[in-house]
Design a protein around this ligand. Sequence first.
Ligand SMILES: Cc1cc2nc3c(=O)[nH]c(=O)nc-3n(C[C@H](O)[C@H](O)[C@H](O)COP(=O)(O)OP(=O)(O)OC[C@H]3O[C@@H](n4cnc5c(N)ncnc54)[C@H](O)[C@@H]3O)c2cc1C
Length: 546
Amino acid sequence: MNKFKVSTQGMTCTGCEKHVDSALKNIGAKNIESSFRRGEVVFELPNGIGIERAKKAIEEAKYQPGKVEEWSLKENVVLGNDDDYDFIIIGSGGAAFSAAIKAVEYGGKVAMIERGTVGGTCVNIGCVPSKTLLRAGEINHLANMNPFIGLQTSAREVELAPLIKQKNELVNELQNQKYVNLIDEYGFDLIKGEAKFVDKSTIGVNGKKLSAKRFLIATGASPSIPPISGLGKVDYLTSTTLLELKKVPKRLTVIGSGYIGMELGQLFSNLGSEVTLMQRSELLLKEYDPEISETVEKALIEQGINLVKGVTYERIEQVGEMKRVHVTVDGKKKVVESDQLLVATGRKPNTDSLNLKAAGVEVGKRKEILINNFAQTSNKNVYAAGDVTLGPQFVYVAAYEGGIVVDNAIGGLNKKLDLSVVPGVTFTNPGVATVGLTENQAKENGYEVKTSVLPLDAVPRAIVNRETTGVFKLVVDAKTLKVLGVHIVSENAGDVIYAATLAVKFGLTIEDLTDSLTPYLTMAEGLKLAALTFDKDISKLSCCAG
Ligand SMILES: Cc1cc2nc3c(=O)[nH]c(=O)nc-3n(C[C@H](O)[C@H](O)[C@H](O)COP(=O)(O)OP(=O)(O)OC[C@H]3O[C@@H](n4cnc5c(N)ncnc54)[C@H](O)[C@@H]3O)c2cc1C
């Protein structure tokens, strides 16, 4: 059998889907799934029936077949053999759980091995605890400012211990609901212990050997500590230990201002700490569009966060409880003192303990697992997904990759990973959200580019919120006017970016954005206003982007 996906125009309802299904059934197609909403038909054809015959059948049913994608079906879908398991997963985070659930749905016998806390980073020490505390910080910040005259008194110091207790309760609840309870619900084995490859098809855990036909490495990443002189002798914090503090430090220094450093720095600034964010680069968020970096920098400074850029770290020392970071900035020596020091300089893949050599799995320069377009490692029976591959480090990317792994490893579908449109969000306030190409990337990719840059003080939602530091930037292809990238700094930027993701993914044009109704007084209206900015002076418009 061969499996195909054919884009098909002309289907408008479930009746049309039935017409297409029966036309294909008549020529011998199997497992037909037509979708008028997605404009596509997926089906299998026995060897000997060509795709041209199927396209003709669709045409004769009065629909228009277009692009054809072939997914070759492996003969040996990996189930039922003499191994202990069909599929062993190392790790129990987002990538692992999405893979385990799908593998069980395929009918596989699945084991998951976890050396730490079930659920991995996101629910236990990442997304969930950081976002619930960020929300508490925002509320404290808002309670301390007068939005009508824009005055901000210094943030009231809060009692941290009860907040951490509430955070831990929420983490436990979601860890059970979204991870632990699903193990019995779906019926796979959880083995507690550290996994280590013994050979290409065997894993050792707790002194026991387990074999499987296919493996998934989903071991995630952990904080990477830079080699700064003296750091090893200092009681520094990582994102994990910072989220367990019981007292708000008077002063907090953050080394590294990527998205984790910025979020956690702002969190403690909102909780009442005096925060200094430090980074080696001269530019904040240097891989983003310059308008985004400049606006975020302005927002952080407005909020009273000290930003020290272009830093060369000389050494770090601890005197009593005091941490002292010795740096050189613009040729001048400087010492930054604080009660707590957070190191947030990126994350390194968890590969050291896996004995990957025995498995014939190759790693890259940063010890990340190297995978091909099908998420397969250099050992064709071992796949990898999520942070351990050092792709975009978001839980939704990890979960998506875990699902693709199973479609390939067990379903034999040869699906390619598609990470061409990945939205990214930094949950500061204002938030930062981007999707698609930056202006520079678009130019490097050979596009003739048009951009529109809309300051947030032109967006009604921001005006009524009285928080107008921010920007919307659209990057479009000057020839087709298709949206190539959207970059936003605003309150709720993370919610707005989903609409932008659809625009980039499905090739919407500026006109598609300007012709669509946008609810008045939502931040998403900024997208439409930014699109209108290409042709109009929006300051001359009435309300409602009309
Ligand atoms: C502070 C912070 C905030 C974040 N906020 C967000 C956010 O808001 N949104 C978002 O999308 N992403 C966020 N992330 C990123 C997100 O958490 C990760 O991208 C995601 O959790 C990665 O999932 P994973 O499945 O690849 O690995 P993980 O969830 O890290 O799971 C890997 C698991 O493997 C286990 N393991 C490792 N080695 C072995 C071994 N040898 N044997 C057995 N088990 C092993 C580990 O103990 C771990 O539990 C945040 C991360 C941090 C640190």
